[in-house]
Design a protein around this ligand. Structure first.
Ligand code: UN1
Length: 501
């Protein structure tokens, strides 16, 4: 059995375990594994008519689902969570095969799904509205949260299942059916999740049509964006994509939740615990081969420790094993495509033209069987030039030097994106000042920028799009709020003391 058949067989086995029937031998969408570039499955894509019929079915399901009490809706998500636990290794295998993640990170991604299901089940009994004191006697003023409608989820290759689950687990308890358009690069994991969710829904007796998968290119995404029956479009991807999605959804007064690019930085202060900082920086910058939206892309180090710290990172980078994620001990898997590699080399060329010095990495690594592998790059920059201010979705860590914290924070905030940020310091004043001033949706102390827990609201400001998903009160994006005033008196006093007649 050659390597190619092996990966395709492994994918077919994992899919079968999750309840997905055999894939067709030949269909429009060929799915390749970034591990070696081999084809691991074929899938048909949906036609415009099928997309329309799917949205109709989801809209019909909404009419039933909205009337089922939220704690009862939670049962579907509870069962889904159990099935995810049961199939954790199958799903992680698919994530590794399709997205190229190392097994530990793939399993971590599935764990995020399990965690968010638990969170959403609890939430199904806590969709709290407030009661406010009315200014009028004999009146009650309150708000109630109602289901919103069908949610369209557009997800990216790099977190092929976790981001879907953040949206779907919460949308379902909020009373919203989901139509999911996964990345064309990672549709197999999507098939597996869809099968598990359908099974969960059937087993708990939920209505049909709560979840739908739509496969295809950007035209499918555009159909979701433009269809007035999609109440909320939750889209994860590039800022370029968000610039199209946001205004188009707004033009029809729909709601959008945008999770776009990041250009995350960490400040390393003189007091930092450097052992801890090195570990935090290396995971955040090189983990997932630099393909998280939370990946650390900029390091802002105090001048007094810069040379020593950069040397330590360079040493750690040299010890990172780059290669086939299925091989023992590998920490950095493949890039998703040749195009990613091209954008990485183009960025490195620009950085060097701007006066940057490549300290280590940035080289193509040949791995038996194929695939696009590269050693994570560390580049010292004389200034935060344009290329540093852009997000390149590959493992490049730019290093800048600072003298005082105000300058470091100014540099930190001086990029268009605003997703995640961190500071390594043992000085409480510095830590608090940073938390107060970082303009990102996520700001951390003494941990890196990536690997957020699901319990917090996830998302960022500025060109990151402003959306919040997953924990805290992110559920509110999936519901509509009604303010109710109830008069239980025999008078009709008007608000603001208005007299009328
Ligand atoms: C993403 O890269 O799109 O915080 C999401 C993290 C993960 C999620 C990343 N929990 O790195």
């Amino acid at each position: 059995m050659n390597a190619t058949t092996d990966l395709a067989d492994r994918a077919a086995t994992a899919l079968r375990q999750c309840g997905v029937d055999a894939l067709p031998d030949d269909a429009a969408l060929a799915v390749t594994s970034p591990i070696d570039g081999s084809v691991i499955g074929h899938l048909p894509v949906h036609s415009a008519a099928e997309v329309d019929a799917t949205i109709t079915a989801a809209a019909q399901a909404f009419e039933q689902w909205r009337d089922i009490p939220a704690p009862v809706r939670g049962r579907v998500v509870r069962r889904l969570g159990e099935l995810l636990v049961e199939h954790k290794s199958d799903l992680a295998e698919l994530v590794t095969l399709e997205a190229g993640k190392i097994p530990s990170e793939a399993a971590g991604e599935v764990q995020e799904m399990i965690d968010v299901c638990e969170f959403a089940v609890g939430l199904s009994r806590q969709l709290y509205g407030r009661t406010m004191p009315s200014e009028r006697p004999g009146h009650r003023l309150m708000e109630i949260w109602h289901p919103l409608g069908v949610v369209g989820v557009i997800s990216a290759f790099n977190f092929p299942v976790a981001v879907w689950s953040w949206n779907t687990a919460i949308a379902l308890v909020c009373g919203d059916p989901v139509v999911w358009k996964p990345s064309e690069t990672t549709p197999l994991t999507a098939l597996a999740c869809d099968a598990l969710l359908r099974r969960a829904a059937a087993e708990v007796g939920a209505p049909e049509g709560l979840h739908h998968l739509l496969l295809g290119d950007h035209t499918v995404g555009e159909a979701l964006v433009d269809d007035p029956r999609i109440a909320l479009v939750s889209a994860t991807g590039s800022t370029r994509m968000g610039r199209i999605v946001g205004p188009r959804v707004a033009a029809r007064f729909g709601r959008s939740l945008l999770e776009l690019g990041g250009n995350n930085a960490a400040i390393v202060a003189p007091s930092a615990d450097q052992d801890l900082a090195v570990r935090g920086v290396v995971f955040a910058a090189a983990g997932t081969a630099g393909q998280r939206c939370t990946t650390l892309r900029r390091l802002i180090v105090h001048r007094s420790i810069a040379d020593e710290f950069v040397e330590r990172i360079a040493k750690a980078y040299s010890g990172l094993r780059v290669g086939n994620p299925l091989d023992e001990g590998v920490l950095v898997g493949p890039l998703i495509s040749e195009r990613s590699y091209e954008s990485m080399t183009a960025a490195l060329d620009r950085a060097q033209t701007d006066g940057g010095t490549l300290v280590v990495g940035g080289e193509r690594v040949e791995v038996a069987g194929g695939g696009v592998y590269v050693s994570p790059a560390l580049v010292r920059m004389p200034a935060q030039t344009e290329v540093v201010r852009e997000e390149t979705f590959a493992p490049i860590l730019y290093v800048l030097v600072y003298d005082d914290l105000d300058e470091a924070i100014a540099l930190h905030n001086d990029v268009p994106q605003g997703l995640s940020s961190s500071i390594f310091t043992l000085d409480q004043r510095e830590a608090e000042l940073f938390l107060a001033r970082s303009d990102c949706g996520i700001a951390n102390v003494n941990i890196g920028t990536s690997g957020a827990e699901i319990g917090g609201a996830f998302g960022g400001e500025k060109h990151t799009g402003g959306g919040r998903e997953s924990g805290s009160d992110a559920w509110k994006a999936y519901m509509r709020r009604a303010t109710n005033t109830v008069n239980y008196s025999t008078d009709l006093p008007l608000a603001q003391g208005v007299e009328f007649g």
